[in-house]
Design a protein around this ligand. Sequence first.
Ligand SMILES: N[C@@H](CCC[C@H](NC(=O)CCC(=O)O)C(=O)O)C(=O)O
Length: 357
Amino acid sequence: MRLDLFSDVADLTAAIVDIPSVSGEEKPLADAVEEALRALPHLAVVRDGDTVVARTALGRPERVVLAGHLDTVPLNGNLPSRVVGDRLYGCGTTDMKSGVAVALKLAAAVTEPTRDLTYVFYECEEVEAGRNGLKRLAETRPELLAGDFAVLMEPTGGLIEGGCQGTMRVDVKATGARAHSARAWMGSNAIHGAGAILDVLRAYEPTRPVVDGLEYHEGLNAVFISGGVAGNVVPDECVVTVNYRFAPDKSLADAEAYLRRTFDGFEVTVTDAASGARPGLTHPAAAAFVAESGAEVRAKLGWTDVARFTELGVPAVNYGPGEPTLAHTKDEHVELPLIADCERRMLAWLAAPAGPA
Ligand SMILES: N[C@@H](CCC[C@H](NC(=O)CCC(=O)O)C(=O)O)C(=O)O
């Protein structure tokens, strides 16, 4: 499938959405993105796995990175895309193929930017941290991610979302002893034991820490549960996988300590983690972007690669057309006027004289 980067941004978003790209299956979309970018003579293109990087090299004093992931969460009967009124429905419309479409439009349209530009379209953001394409690039080719400022075109509903919350997944294990279910008193049922884990989760009251002026909203949820041996065996093991979302004033060590305290008495194993990022909006480059866009600012509650750029020393913000509360839902959709508005604002920003970076 060919992508026409000179088509209307709404049509381009639909075309991208209609190339399914659940995490790990991004190759057809990465191929289409690579082919479209290689046709643009002002960009040097590098392919690394299913991650595509395109850069201008005009020797400008500043470089801006625009980044977006190509993958989506699993489909939910929500492809192909469809337009209803002013909305485009389909998996990935908000998270984050409308943002990817805007970045691709910019890549084609902005041939003589006032700052050098790097576009990064990468794989496996929606899954465990170890598979993330940007992580691999940061480890193997960090020079490709160098810049003075980065915009992650993640869903923000046209606002600017600062920083991001951290995420940690733990397996909390209840143990028991196997027995014949006809003589259950001989054993100890681990699935029943896991009820105490679920009680803790039900009783959890989310905290809303304010970090550098932005209010985050933490969360503690069971995302998987497994246990059971056979239809006539009292099970000796039940594992509840818990996902903790924590504000960026906490480190990974703080998050792990909190989970171990919360599930004291159970075996707790960390299976995946990614630290958050503070808003960083007082950095001159971020402040200038906020001022130029005129957009309202709030906290990013999901995890995004703003955290990675922050770790790399590149100030970064989230800004994109999708509405974050629709991300990962069956009814995922994006407002078409918001995509056009995002494209217009980004074009205006890139056309303006280079600001502080
Ligand atoms: N390794 C992390 C990756 C999770 C990434 C994902 N990000 C978003 O959904 C951003 C959009 C939004 O603000 O809703 C997430 O937060 O789940 C992991 O596996 O947890």
